[in-house]
Design a binder for this molecule. Sequence first.
Ligand code: ATP
Ligand code: MG
Length: 720
Amino acid sequence: MDVTPILDSLNDAQRQAVTAVAGPTLVIAGAGSGKTRVLVHRAAWLIDVEGVSPQGVLAVTFTNKAAAEMRGRIEALLNIPVRNLWIGTFHGLAHRLLRRHWREAGLPQNFQIIDSDDQLRLIKRLLKNLEIDDSCWVPRDIQYFINGQKDEGLRPKHLNDEGDPSRRQMIALYQAYEDVCERGGLVDFAELLLRAHELWRDNADLLAHYQRRFSHLLVDEFQDTNAIQYAWLRLLAGKTGIPFVVGDDDQSIYRWRGARVEHIYRFQKDFPGTAVVKLEQNYRSTATILHAANSVIENNSSRLGKKLWTEGADGEPIRVYAAYNERDESDFIIGRLRDWIDQGNLRAEAAVLYRSNAQSRVLEEGLINAGIPYRVYGGLRFFERTEIKDALAYLRLISNRNDDSSFERVLNKPTRGIGARSADMIRAYARANACPLWRAAGALASDEFNGRAANAAHEFLNLIETLARDTDGLDLPGKIDHVIHASGLIDFFRKEKGEKGETRIENLLELVSAGGGFEPDPAAEMSPLDEFLSHAALEAGEGQADAWDDCVQLMTMHSAKGLEFPLVFLSGMEDGLFPHQRSISDPKGLEEERRLCYVGITRAMQTLYVTYAEQRRLHGMDSFSQPSRFVAEIPDQYIEEIRPKVRVSRPTRAPIVGRTPIRQGSEVGIRLGQRVRHKKFGDGIILNCEGQGAHARVQVNFEDAGTKWLVLSYANLDLM
Ligand code: ATP
Ligand code: MG
């Protein structure tokens, strides 16, 4: 057999890993050294050269996007489609198992996945039902507690209150939460993993079947597995399975979600005879970017320690831009993106990364104004938008009347005269009779409700039944299309004023397209609608329906893990934002933030911009910050400052007083923060200036017209 195509484009260390004899293997290596590439080639090698059936290989990656990419690459290497190869995220694979074995897993066939929002709402409702004060028992804390226990594989019955009353209460709430989920057939993300683990643990025959089937287990991003994921993997491996895991301790960034980098160290103990392969050559980034990343991560004390090198050129310096405020930062980024696109580059090859989701809004606004298509991963996710969740709730109810979260969500949306009091009565009835809200509403409508409330409740119940009847037999997009109209959602959002309502309607229509483009798995033992709903819940964590293919990529640094882009912006590099305020005083937390910064820097292949704002309005509050300490950890020799740091209060040149018309900035001198007036755009403030003589340009933030770049010699600005 000709083995060269698979090994051709690998270096010696990579080859050694790909062709490792059939035993446990741990590849431990820095960013961009080809770990994911090795994993892909390993799968192809096993199938093509070792003759392993594609059915016998299970590959786990971190995101659905990465899984799709991995499948594509394996198929490209093998030159054939490999349908029966299992590739997915831990959650995706767990879900697949539970759908197949719902009975053994103790779930109803049409169980529904709830995302973190649904989960939080469910917890709030629970507190209300139990008449517990949610200011003492913060719903988010309870959610964190429950998920944390599940990630460790612990049910309420395993927990001991250790004589601590508040812990006792938490455990009781966890139990109550479990009861509600059990009744409604609801499964949260952490539950997917825990159930899948219990499924195998408690069904020896089933486990034996899968152990026989999957002889090779390939895991990417191994440093970020949590306890239950690792336990699941160990169960599956048993005595005969061969795990092949790749990871980088310097990129462990999910400790706050239960990830345990220690698994890298434990692996060799748990799987005696493990072959360890190290990769040190980086193929992704320029030498400058790599040096910068190495310099930053060196400040961490707890690491295995490895140094990346590259044969590549030094490349461009890292450009640091000190923005005046968050708008100026976003304008700067958009200006550079524009240049990038004008030079004929693909938009999708540029990524803007930020520490927290909320930062995307200003960037999004700027991109929309500039007419640059973009896509947000994580954050304002398509499947998490209000209107989409409303539509999905109707669809879920059609599929499962006992889905309480969905029932609550659309009971009175669009408004149909079911007031808070009626809703409370429904909840109380459901609680007293331990039944789903659906049944409670039916009972009350026929019995206790007065005329108006009874009519409204009947109207709702009938609506759902009618929707179910009328959509029966329609294909998936047909069902969605019917539901968004007949539920009254489209009309409801039409009444919402302005662009917002329009966008919502566009999104709803986009959902019909999403349904049209959805390819159900022929092997899945459920209806395409149920499969689509599960897909929506799982996808909400990352992708969104594609409006454009070639879009600028916006995402948090967390979601950027494993990806690479020729052009990268690290934005919002300010102490307090990144490193995050809550990690600054906790050494372990700070090290995790630094690893995240390392992940961010190493996403860049050719060009890296680092930006920060001296003044930032976020979550409705203004703050003044220092540049991130991580920026200072990059040696000066790799940095080019785009312009000297200036403050509004510190003029760059002699200030001008009086209402002098300015023609050329370089001659008369302008200062940042200067108020100016333009004939057409009105009053504004100078944010930025560049160029000399006839080319001198200023950027002005106009009160009404927004931010604009103007050529001084034409603009006829009056100084105020
Ligand atoms: P990360 O830690 O960020 O996940 P990684 O170790 O998984 O990175 P890859 O994404 O597999 O690294 O590889 C980084 C880049 O280098 C990719 O573009 C990959 O195709 C390229 N690459 C890796 N090995 C080689 C090689 N031997 N020859 C040429 N290109 C390579
Ligand atoms: Mg990778």
